[in-house]
Design a protein around this ligand. Structure first.
Ligand code: CP3
Length: 349
C-alpha cells in the first residue's frame, strides 16, 4: 500500500501554515451530488451503500473527481460501530437512524454477546479500494464517532434534540453509562487501527453533541474517553494523525486539546474566531468553520464569509472546511465558487 505523498492536508497537520489552505467538506459525498443520488438509488438504502465496498469506494471518490478536494473522507457512518457491537440499526427514510435502545444492563449483556468486529470488514475493504484509486496528492481521512455522541444514539435509539435520554442515564446510572462508553472506546480503537492499517492517512473523531455537556460532564464523557482512543490508536500507530471535532464545545476546546492529545481540532460555525485563533490555533492546527447555511445561500454573503474565515485562520496551520456537514440542498455551483475563491483568492470575483 502506498500512502499519500506529502499532501497539503498532512503538511498542515504537521504544523505548516500554507498560503492556500487545503480544503475538504464534511459530508462532501452526499445527497447534494446527483451522482451520489444515482448510486444511492442503485444500492437501495443508505446502509447497503455503506456496506458495499465497490459502491462506497465510488461514492467516496465522487467529490474528489468532481471538485478535486484536497482530502477524501471514507464514506460510512458513525453508527456502524454500535451495529458491530450487536445493536440493530436501520434508517427511516427522511427521518434518520434508529437503533434498539440500550437502557439497562440486560440489553448491554445481549450486546456483549453479539459484538463482532468482522462486521466492519466491508468498510475496511472500501478503505483499500479508495486507497488504490486515490491521487497521491489527496489526503485520505477515516473516522469514528466519539463515545459520547455514539452513546447518545445507542441509549435513545435515535437522534434527540437535547440528548436527554443519555443525560438521564449518566445521571441515574453512571456505572451503566460508563460500561457503554467503555464498549465504544474499545471498539473504536480497533476500528481506527484497522482503518489506518488499510490505508487512511488521518482519522477524525466526530463528537457532534459535545456542546450539550456541562464543563464537568464534558471532561468525564467527552475528553476522558476520547483521550483513551487517542492513546490506544497511538499505541499501535505512533505516527497516527488524529483530528478531534467536539462540535459546540466552544470555550472548552483548549481543555479538550490539552486533555485528549489530538493533533488538530474542527471548529464549529458559532465559535468566536479571535478566541479560536488565539487560544486554539496557537497550539494546534484548526479546521472549519464556514457556516453550511451560508454555503447553501451563496451570493455576496458567501464571498464575504469565505474571506472572513481565511482572514481569521490562514496565518497559521489551517484546513478549510465547514462548521458542520454540507446540506443536501446546497447548489453545486456554490461549492465550485468556494473552491475557486479559496484557491485563487479574493481578486477573482
Ligand atoms: O463526512 C462524510 O462525508 C463522511 C461520511 C459520514 C456520514 N455520516 C455519511 C452520512 C460521516 C462522517 C457521518 C457522521 C455522522 N453520522 C455523525 C457525526 C457528524 C454529524 O453529521 O453530526 C452523525 C451524528 C451520524 C448519524 C447519522 N447518519 C444521522 C443523524 C443521519 C441522518 C441525517 C441525514 O443527514 O440524513 C445519518 C445519515 C447519513 N450519514 C447520510 C450520509 C451521507 C445521509 C444518508 C442518505 O440519505 O443518503
Amino acid at each position: 500500500m502506498t500512502k499519500s505523498e506529502n499532501p497539503a492536508l498532512l503538511r498542515v497537520l504537521d504544523g505548516e501554515a500554507l498560503p492556500v489552505p487545503p480544503i475538504w467538506l464534511m459530508r462532501q459525498a452526499g445527497r447534494y451530488l446527483p451522482e451520489y443520488r444515482a448510486l444511492r438509488a442503485k444500492a437501495g438504502s443508505f446502509l447497503s451503500l455503506c456496506y458495499d465496498p465497490e459502491l462506497a469506494a465510488e461514492v467516496t471518490l465522487q467529490p474528489i473527481r468532481r471538485f478535486g478536494f484536497d482530502a477524501a473522507i471514507l464514506f460510512s457512518d458513525i453508527l456502524v460501530v454500535p451495529q458491530a457491537l450487536g445493536q440493530k440499526l436501520w434508517f427511516v427514510e427522511g427521518e434518520g437512524p434508529r437503533l434498539e435502545p440500550v437502557a439497562d444492563a440486560g440489553r448491554l449483556a445481549e450486546i456483549d454477546a453479539q459484538a463482532d468486529q468482522r462486521k466492519l470488514d466491508p468498510i475496511l475493504e472500501t478503505v483499500r479500494r479508495v486507497r488504490a484509486a486515490l491521487p497521491r496528492e489527496t489526503g485520505f481521512i477515516g473516522f469514528c464517532g466519539a463515545p459520547w455522541t455514539v452513546a447518545t444514539y445507542m441509549v435513545a435509539g435515535r437522534g434527540t434534540p437535547d440528548q436527554g435520554p443519555a443525560k438521564a442515564l449518566f445521571g441515574n446510572d453512571p456505572a451503566l453509562f460508563q460500561a457503554i462508553i467503555d464498549r465504544i472506546v474499545t471498539a473504536s480503537i480497533a476500528y481506527l487501527d484497522a482503518q489506518i492499517a488499510a490505508g487512511v492517512d488521518v482519522v477524525q473523531i466526530f463528537d457532534s453533541w459535545a456542546g450539550a455537556l456541562s464543563e464537568e460532564d464534558f471532561g468525564r464523557w467527552s475528553i476522558a474517553p476520547t483521550r483513551r482512543i487517542v492513546e490506544g490508536v497511538r499505541a499501535a500507530h505512533p505516527q497516527a494523525r488524529i483530528i478531534g471535532f467536539p462540535r459546540g464545545a466552544g470555550r472548552l476546546i483548549p481543555d479538550y486539546v490539552a486533555g485528549t492529545g489530538v493533533d488538530a481540532v474542527g471548529l464549529e460555525t458559532d465559535i468566536d474566531r479571535d478566541f479560536a485563533r488565539e487560544a486554539i490555533q496557537s497550539r494546534v492546527p484548526v479546521q472549519g468553520n464556514l457556516d453550511p447555511l451560508t454555503l447553501r445561500a451563496g451570493g455576496v454573503e458567501l464571498e464575504r464569509e469565505i474571506d472572513a474565515v481565511l482572514a481569521a485562520f490562514s496565518g497559521g496551520p489551517f484546513i478549510f472546511n465547514l462548521g458542520h456537514g454540507i446540506l443536501p440542498d446546497t447548489p453545486i455551483a456554490h461549492v465550485e465558487r468556494l473552491l475557486k475563491r479559496v484557491r485563487e483568492g479574493a481578486g477573482d470575483v
